[in-house]
Design a protein around this ligand. Structure first.
Ligand code: ZN
Length: 602
């Protein structure tokens, strides 16, 4: 058994004290015991090297239960591993860990709250990973935290619900898959198909309408449970929790087996002030979409997973070409399930889809990288985007969602509406999730997906999947959508002269990105350049568009810009704006009407 004690020892200095104890085996007593912190956290495919936040670390041993404690030498082996000197008895490693990363992936501690993912705090005891793990969670010493409660889906061992005390996990993998929030959060509760669900919201949100959030999330959760288990309505967990951090500006989520950690904008959450209309605001819709996305991951990636994630190798990258299935399909379903839950209507759904299409088609990176390559290189590209990202990479989220759409529409068309991507998801669930998790877990092999599609639907899609997921040509969305009674066309009004660049946020007109083949790039302007004048008139971030409306495509303008501290002059021939925007419209009379009803509802 491995025992941990976590104390938010100095909240104002953002320091957790984490102790980890294990009774040494004979082998470890002879050779020393190795401990290691993960290099990455599952769900976020980037090497983060959590050990960089270890401020101090030491080891002590107690040979017998009454024996005095002895300090033991600890040798650092590599960037995230340590080995104790040979010794006997119970070995304890005590680390002080800095926690000031306000994200869903790390750990954060101050006088208002504490949050952590186990991957940030819990040293893995090599060789003991499959043993039961016990966590003793303590209140901060001193005055801070006397009103704090605990929100986590870890099983209580000897702790009241929402209280400090001991929690247990059957192994290390489980221990680090239940994030922990401690503080004065607001708590909402609801049931989805009989399973208790909770939402804990941290951060100041005046007049928060938590009842409404619970009612809306219940619709989403029940719709998702019914998608995977249409006969039994059985959820894959016996309790689920949304851990939400509300901030002035922020957005993100990370999935776990029975919970999710979310960061959202305070203004995206509904308020009890009656002015709020029933239709969700754009911000609230994006919050619901995020919650829906992470909840869908409970099946797709937490239980149905790529073979290389079963089990995870936490010391280095776990490469897969399949994130377009695990993230892309999840992105396709997150909004679609809001529609199926009745929380948004068809026009709002199509509006979201337009944005996704726009997002994919505006980057020339889609011509150079497939979503399979994007998945594989997530570690060095998608998660480490620089100013050249739109020219070099494609998102396995957005294009992956469109691949899911294309596969779904193709299956619906060929099967005459009798089959859909839902059938594929259900077969994946039965084959890799439902009966096998967490014991006997086997993941989806890299080349196994086309066979699953065929088995679930009777349709051979190897060629299309090769084209769409492993190729770089644009998806045949116009044709596929038309068959489902939806017209996709380019909005003519959107064609106007541009620099072919993205402006950084702020008052100055600084180029954040320069797009391939655009006016800025052709004239020699670069990302980072500070534009100061256009044909002798001062440019700011807010007046650039207005200035450009006085010109036509093909006109040449003179731009003065600073590169570093050197003033330079560029002759810029204005080009038309990338791809314009796309509009999706439901066709009134279309042979695809029946298909559209099955896909989008009435
Ligand atoms: Zn995701």
């Amino acid at each position: 058994m491995v025992r941990y004690t976590v104390i938010p020892v100095q909240p104002d200095a953002h320091l957790f004290s984490v102790a980890c104890s294990v009774v040494l085996t004979d082998g470890a007593a002879r050779l020393g015991q190795v401990f290691s912190l993960p290099a990455w956290i599952p769900g976020s495919y980037m090497i983060r090297e959590f050990s960089r936040n270890v401020v101090e670390i030491r080891a002590e041993v107690r040979a017998k239960s009454r024996a005095p404690v002895q300090q033991i030498e600890l040798t650092k082996l590599d960037k995230h591993s340590w080995r104790s000197a040979p010794c006997q008895g119970t070995l304890t490693i005590i680390a002080t860990i800095y926690a000031w990363d306000l994200s869903v992936r790390g750990a954060h501690l101050d006088s208002t709250h504490g949050f952590f993912n186990g991957a940030s705090l819990f040293l893995r005891v090599i060789g003991h990973e499959e043993e039961p793990h016990v966590l003793d969670l303590r209140r901060p010493p001193g005055r801070i935290g006397s009103d704090w409660r605990v929100a986590t889906t870890l099983n209580e061992l000897n702790a009241p619900r929402y209280g400090f005390g001991t929690y247990r996990a059957s192994n290390y993998d489980e221990l680090i898959d239940h994030p922990v929030e401690m503080g004065e959060f607001k708590l909402g509760k609801f049931k989805a198909h009989g399973v208790p669900h909770e939402i804990a919201i941290t951060g100041k949100v005046p007049r928060l309408d938590i009842e409404r959030i619970c009612a809306d999330l219940q619709c989403v959760c029940e719709t998702q449970i019914a998608l995977f288990e249409p006969k039994t309505f059985r959820a894959p967990f016996n309790r689920y929790m949304f851990l939400v951090m509300a901030v002035g500006d922020g957005y993100g989520g990370l999935e776990h087996r029975a919970s999710t950690a979310l960061i959202c904008k305070r203004d995206d959450l509904p308020s009890t002030v009656p002015a709020m209309t029933y239709a969700p605001s754009e911000g609230y819709q994006s919050f619901l979409g995020l919650a829906s996305h992470e909840y869908f991951h409970s099946w797709n990636v937490k239980r149905i997973k790529p073979a290389v994630f079963a089990p995870y190798t936490l010391e280095n990258e776990a490469y897969t070409r399949l994130l377009w299935i695990f993230e892309g399909f999840t992105s396709y379903y997150d909004d679609l399930l809001l529609l199926r839950s009745g929380l948004i209507e068809v026009p709002q759904y199509l509006n979201q889809l337009e944005k996704t299409i726009q997002n994919v088609l505006q980057g020339s990176g889609r011509k150079k990288q497939s979503v399979a390559e994007s998945s594989f290189d997530a570690w060095i590209k998608y998660y480490r985007q620089d100013e050249n990202a739109p020219n070099a990479i494609v998102s396995y989220y957005t294009k992956g969602a469109l691949v899911a759409l294309a596969i779904d529409l193709h299956i619906r068309h060929v099967s005459g509406g009798r089959r859909s991507l839902d059938d594929v998801m259900r077969l994946l669930w039965v084959r890799f999730g439902r009966d096998f998790y967490p014991t006997n877990a086997r993941g989806l092999n890299e080349d196994e997906f086309p066979a699953i599609v065929r088995e679930a639907t009777g349709i051979t899609m190897k060629r299309q999947i090769d084209d769409w997921a492993y190729g770089t040509s644009d998806l045949p969305l116009v044709r596929l959508l038309k068959r489902a009674g939806v017209d996709m066309s380019r909005v003519a009004g959107a064609i106007r002269p541009t620099l072919g660049a993205k402006i950084a946020s702020g008052n100055e007109c600084r180029l954040a990105q320069v797009h391939d083949g655009g006016a800025a790039q052709q004239s020699g302007l670069s990302a980072g350049d500070l534009l100061v004048a256009l044909d002798g008139l001062r440019i700011t971030a807010s007046n650039l568009d207005a200035l450009l409306t006085r010109y036509a495509i093909g006109d040449t303008v003179q731009i003065h810009a600073f590169r570093r501290d050197e003033l330079m002059v560029f002759e810029v021939a204005l080009t038309e704006s990338g791809h314009g925007s796309y509009k999706l419209t439901c066709l009134e009379k279309s042979p695809g009407l029946r298909l559209r009803r099955a896909w989008l509802g009435a």
